[in-house]
Ligand binder design. Structure first.
Ligand code: CU
Length: 69
C-alpha cells in the first residue's frame, strides 16, 4: 500500500468531507481516504498498481473541488 496526502481546496463542511472521501473510496485500488477539513488535506492509502494521482484528482474535481498537489 502507498500513501499520499493531497491538498484539496474548496472544502468547507462535513458534506464536503464526505463527498471527497466517498469519491476517493469509490476508485479501484483505494483502501482508505480521510479528509482533514482544518488542514484541507485528504490522506489516501492505495494500491499503486491499480490507482494513481490522476484518477484521484479527477474524482475530486468531478465533485467540484480543486486539488493543489
Ligand atoms: Cu460542504
Amino acid at each position: 500500500m502507498s500513501k499520499l496526502v493531497l491538498a484539496v481546496e474548496g472544502m468547507s463542511c462535513n458534506h464536503c468531507k464526505m463527498a471527497v472521501e466517498t469519491a476517493l473510496k469509490s476508485l479501484a485500488g483505494v483502501d482508505t481516504a480521510t479528509v482533514d477539513l482544518k488542514n484541507k488535506t485528504a490522506s489516501v492509502s492505495y494500491d499503486e498498481s491499480k490507482c494513481g494521482l490522476p484518477a484521484m484528482k479527477e474524482a475530486i474535481e468531478t465533485q467540484g473541488y480543486t486539488v493543489g498537489v
